[in-house]
Design a protein around this ligand. Sequence first.
Ligand code: CAA
Length: 258
Amino acid sequence: MAFETLIVETNEGVALVRLNRPQALNALNSQLLGELSAALDAAEADPEVGCVVVTGSEKAFAAGADIKEMADKTYAEMFAADFFAKAARRIEQFRKPIIAAVSGYALGGGCELAMLCDFIIASDTAKFGQPEINLGVMPGIGGTQRLTRYVGKSKAMDMMLTGRMMDAAEAERSGLVSRIVAADKLLDEALEAARKIAAQSPLAVMMNKELVNTAYETTLSAGVAVERRLFHSLFAFEDQKEGMAAFVEKRKPAFKGR
Ligand code: CAA
């Protein structure tokens, strides 16, 4: 599939999606968000894809929603188009894992896009922020809610009210990113993690993802009850037999997704 604002390559079970609007530091405009949704549709439908990596350039993962596209919009236009909601929902409903590999700026909608992914691997040059306050607005792709869940109230308030950026070390300390790597190793590390995920049972991977997300939406006892049901249900799949037999026989498992 050919896109103008993305470059998508699929190899060894991993779809690598590069945001590609270098002239605007990968600012998220309607075209890019539409193409991202289409790329995810294709990745979801492709049985060869077990994991997606979303990345930007060395300078910017994405410097936010496209301010130039938004600047003159009216309330009626924003409301009627349900601006940003369609793409956000597409990512929220994507059932395979998505890793954000972040180098440089992840600001505003860029930070929100990274947080919509399942986890973030950051280069040591990464900078995260929700600077919408400087524009007289606020985050509009889930940032007020997700950043608060990731880093807690105090840091979320600080970042959203002052508009300051967080460097990679602070982001890791705060739980926003899972790991930091040297900038020139970012893609290798993210792709290695993605290939590892893609080689697992896709059924177990989807259920793990679903259950971690459930932890954000429900009580502990309700979440644990769902986990117990799904854990038991995994014993209906050949992949559970294969995974455990391979361990006992000291060989690598060959999962089939059934
Ligand atoms: N939207 C549109 N264009 C953007 C952009 C954005 N979010 N961020 C950068 N650009 C454009 C710049 O306008 C510039 O284009 P021109 O060369 O045509 O002027 C080009 O990208 C390069 O940017 P800079 O010259 O500004 O680069 P810099 O290295 O000096 O600064 C930066 C980098 C600090 C990231 C700066 O570009 C910046 O502050 N960008 C805006 C960050 C921001 O406010 N993001 C939030 C957007 S609102 C949002 O995201 C709402 C939401 O939650 C949904």
